[in-house]
Write a protein that binds this ligand. Sequence first.
Ligand code: FES
Length: 138
Amino acid sequence: MTSVTKTTNHIWITIGTPEDIPEQGGALFKVLRLEDPRQPREVAVFRIGSEFAAIDARCPHQGAKLDGCRIDREGKIECPLHYWRFDVRSGQCDQSPAPPLGTYPIAMFGGKLKIRVPVDADALGIVNSDPGKTPGER
Ligand code: FES
């Protein structure tokens, strides 16, 4: 179940367990904002071996969704629309001068994966991309 831990400038939000993140593609999480719950922050979480990375789920070029992208061994994904490649650890794009994707610290606490988001997101909770299921149920 979702839990929120507040710190001074950021909050850590539980998104599920490592098993919730697929081996090849990403998992989409929506961080609901108090200021506008209809405009959630979309975060894609990827697995790179035994590591995890969390990035903005929309391509900065024309907004394609990135959570379904296959990830390669170097931790890079390719946008499905115009094939820009991004490093999911840094958010950097191979095609300069593309702006980097936003990245979010991700860590394990007591067997649960948590992402750290700015307080301006002021999360109400997490909803995953699989309707009707919470991240822990996948
Ligand atoms: S929308 Fe991603 S490269 Fe164009």
